[in-house]
Design a binder for this molecule. Structure first.
Ligand SMILES: [Cu+2]
Length: 422
């Protein structure tokens, strides 16, 4: 067996990451380091037959355009097809492949791949007391990462996830959805208390929205916290193909908003899905997932939302997560800390992370077949990069109105919102 290529040197765990943009991404080698290293020894042993897989893709190689949607596990052209029984029958050079995929992450694939979803909707138009959101339901071509063929997907306003919508408790929301598909649909605001006729369930509260037609949803946003909007029609298929987005209702009382209540500087939406495209975070699979970037000492908010059909236990290395809300409802004295948080389909969990540990920390689903295969990491993996103090002070000195951390995160492909709430 040929000698394995020498893997890139990994910085010792005690070494703070380089603080340049490239550097912090390079620092994220550490993020993969633990996971990769755990597999290196076995993978490097010559002539060892790969262990049989008990979970993973079955069926033909990736043919995404031919089979959009489909049944999870049936690998409808997706991240499921990394490694597993469908992989090369030859012994897999795990080290080289694992290093190569991490290099793509470090090189900033998230920012390089166009079409990142979950972008802020921005300011809605106004009609008297109504905030008006215009959304189209579109057939799109979507990239999970830079390498795999684009998938035929669905999106709102052309992206998967659709635009992130932020409103304030008490706002009168008018959301006009125009169906540009060649199939019917219906849109549900998941988690909102609203008039029954606005619930978005075809054949129960409304007729399906026909191709070319529009439907207007109107309600007063009175359920605060982390919520979602998504198709509620042929939903296994339509949500699986990308008809989903975040709907955030900030409390009317500014003192109750996350920036003041929890002292967080970033407000990050993290929507998982697990059908078309495999295991994704905000429509991307590793290495095209966006890293989270914070300064040492920052507190950040992550809003986990599960739009998939499987549970995903999110695990953060290095620091605990303080779980402060479930399904938009604050836990108050029942809040708790953990480092692994299972999020079931339909659930939203809000966590505050106190970024006390510098470095690049893996942040991934701990159902391991959702995160790593014989070709290295894929799917539900990213990193929380906590910048060391010198970067923080330098950044603050030149901050101006925009957060340099936010800028760094954006440059790395993150869609985190700086907390300047509405
Ligand atoms: Cu998972």
């Amino acid at each position: 067996m040929p000698r394995m290529p020498t893997p890139p040197a990994l910085a010792p765990a005690s070494t703070p990451p380089d603080l340049s943009r490239r550097g912090f991404l390079r620092g994220a080698v550490l993020a993969g380091g633990g996971v990769v290293a755990a597999s290196v020894a076995a993978a490097c042993t010559p002539a060892v037959t790969p262990a049989p897989w008990t979970y993973g893709p079955v069926g033909p190689p990736s043919t995404p355009a031919a089979s959009p949607g489909g049944t999870p596990g049936a690998s409808p052209g997706s991240s499921h097809d990394h490694g597993g029984p469908g992989a090369s029958p030859a012994a897999v050079d795990h080290d080289a492949k694992a290093a190569a995929v991490v290099k793509r992450f470090l090189d900033g694939e998230a920012a390089a791949v166009e079409g990142m979803g979950n972008q802020p909707y921005g300011d809605p138009s106004r009609d008297g007391e109504w905030k008006v959101f215009d959304l189209t339901v579109d057939k799109i071509t979507h990239r999970i990462d830079a390498v795999k063929d684009p998938v035929d997907a669905l999106g709102f306003n052309g992206t998967w996830p659709g635009p992130r919508i932020d409103v304030i408790e008490g706002d009168k929301v008018r959301a006009i959805f125009t169906n540009k598909l060649d199939e019917t649909t219906g849109i549900h605001f998941h988690g909102q208390r609203l008039p029954n006729s606005m619930d978005g369930v075809p054949h129960i509260t409304q007729d399906p929205i026909q191709p070319g037609a529009s439907f207007t949803y109107e309600f007063t946003a009175r359920t605060t916290g982390s919520h979602m909007y998504h198709s509620h029609h042929n939903a296994t298929d339509q949500v699986g193909r990308g008809l989903l987005g975040a709907f955030i209702v900030h409390p009317g009382d500014p003192a109750q908003r996350v920036d003041r209540k929890f002292g967080v500087s970033q407000d990050i939406v993290w929507i998982s899905n697990d059908t078309l495209g495999g295991f994704t975070i905000n429509g991307r699979g590793f290495p095209a997932t966006a890293p989270l970037v914070a300064n040492l000492g920052d507190k950040i908010l992550v809003r986990f939302m599960n739009e998939g059909v499987m549970t995903h236990p999110w695990h953060l290395h290095g620091m605990p997560m303080h779980v402060v809300a479930r399904d938009g409802y604050e836990l108050g004295s029942a809040s708790f800390r953990c480092d692994t948080l299972g999020v079931n389909p339909g659930e939203r969990w809000d966590v505050v992370i106190d970024c006390t540990e510098p470095g690049a920390w893996a942040f991934h689903c701990h159902i391991l077949p959702h995160a790593e295969g014989q070709d290295g990491m894929y799917g539900m993996v990213t990193a929380l990069v906590v910048q060391a103090p010198s970067a923080a002070s330098a950044s603050t000195a030149s901050a101006g109105a925009a957060s340099p951390v936010r800028a760094a995160a954006a440059a790395a492909g993150s869609t985190a919102l700086e907390c300047r709430i509405l």
